[in-house]
Design a protein around this ligand. Structure first.
Ligand SMILES: [Zn+2]
Length: 136
């Protein structure tokens, strides 16, 4: 099996706040990330595909087409946005790194050949990332 990863970056803001929790609980759970002003991150997105290279091209996927897919379906939807605003891709989820990884997986999985999408990894900072492999 061959794995191929494309990395792209985007910048966005958010506020971590759950309508299911009281103001005090939000403060306790999310700390300063719950402040009404929100804050921003420079995110990195790594999308890994798997499979066998095409014998005719030696490639798993055309990287230019893959980059265009990520730009059109993900980056254009998230870059320079407030992720706490209603964004169709997020389906009302709290814009945590975990939920971003899940939402991006759901966005891409049916736009790639079946079984090709291996992992969606979202880096919120240089020390925090969440990944979705579509399991469970
Ligand atoms: Zn944050």
């Amino acid at each position: 099996m061959i794995y191929l990863t494309k990395r792209v970056e985007f910048s966005a803001g958010h506020r971590l706040y759950s309508e299911r929790l009281s103001a005090e609980e939000n403060e306790r759970v999310f700390g300063k990330c719950a402040r009404p002003s929100g804050h921003g991150h420079n995110y990195a997105l790594e999308v890994t595909l798997c499979g066998q290279p095409d014998p005719a091209t030696g490639m798993l996927i055309n990287l230019a087409e893959f980059k265009a897919l990520l730009e059109q379906r993900v980056i254009s939807e998230l870059d320079h946005r407030n992720l706490s605003d209603p964004i169709p891709m997020l389906r009302g989820r709290i814009p945590t790194t975990e939920n971003l990884a899940l939402s991006i997986w759901e966005t891409l999985v049916d736009k790639l050949p079946a079984g090709r999408l291996y992992e969606v990894k979202v880096w919120e900072t240089q020390s925090n990332w969440a990944a979705c492999r579509g399991e469970g």
